[in-house]
Design a protein around this ligand. Structure first.
Ligand code: HEC
Length: 136
């Protein structure tokens, strides 16, 4: 199972040199922009969660809910707003994640390449690193 997590991490780090996906930076970004709603530990109970019409989903079970595969494309496009499939926009769209400067390629779970900013790359790497291990 650990091996599976490591493999998954490498997929996000994928085509970019490993040191570019700085998970600590991703964690800082998460705590700054996301923790208020999704919780410091990403368990879905941040301080302002109660004020929202939709409860923010916890973000540590994204892989578990996707057959053990971190849904990179889904998560990336939920954050940058390219695709919003749940609820109707209680969650803000994070413009910085679409900033056209310094785009880096990441390899998606289906093998395709998606261009994302450094910030988003690191945030994705962080989120992937905190996924609970699939129970099976
Ligand atoms: C203002 C509160 C708020 C903030 C801030 C916020 N979110 Fe959300 N998020 C939500 C809500 C509420 C949903 C449920 C869908 C909706 O209403 O848009 C959601 C949905 C999601 C989903 C889809 C999860 C699933 O299981 O389908 C992801 C991934 C996500 N957020 C990641 C993030 C990340 C990463 C950040 C920081 C960059 C962030 N969110 C910031 C409230 C927030």
């Amino acid at each position: 199972m650990l091996l599976r997590m490591v493999t998954a991490l490498m997929i996000v780090a994928g085509t970019a040199p490993a040191q570019e996906a700085n998970i600590d930076n991703g964690r800082d970004t998460y705590l700054y922009f996301c923790a208020e709603c999704h919780g410091k530990d990403a368990a879905g109970i941040g301080p302002i969660a109660e004020m929202l019409a939709f409860e923010p989903p916890e973000l540590i079970g994204l892989s578990e809910r996707n057959n053990g595969i971190f849904p990179t494309l889904y998560v990336a496009t939920q954050i940058d707003g390219r695709a919003r499939s749940v609820g109707h926009g209680d969650m803000p769209i994070f413009g910085w994640s679409l900033d056209s400067e310094k785009q880096v390629p990441i390899k998606l779970e289906n093998g395709q390449i998606l261009m994302v900013t450094q910030h988003l790359l690191e945030l994705l790497a962080y989120l992937e690193s905190i996924q609970v291990k699939p129970s099976k």
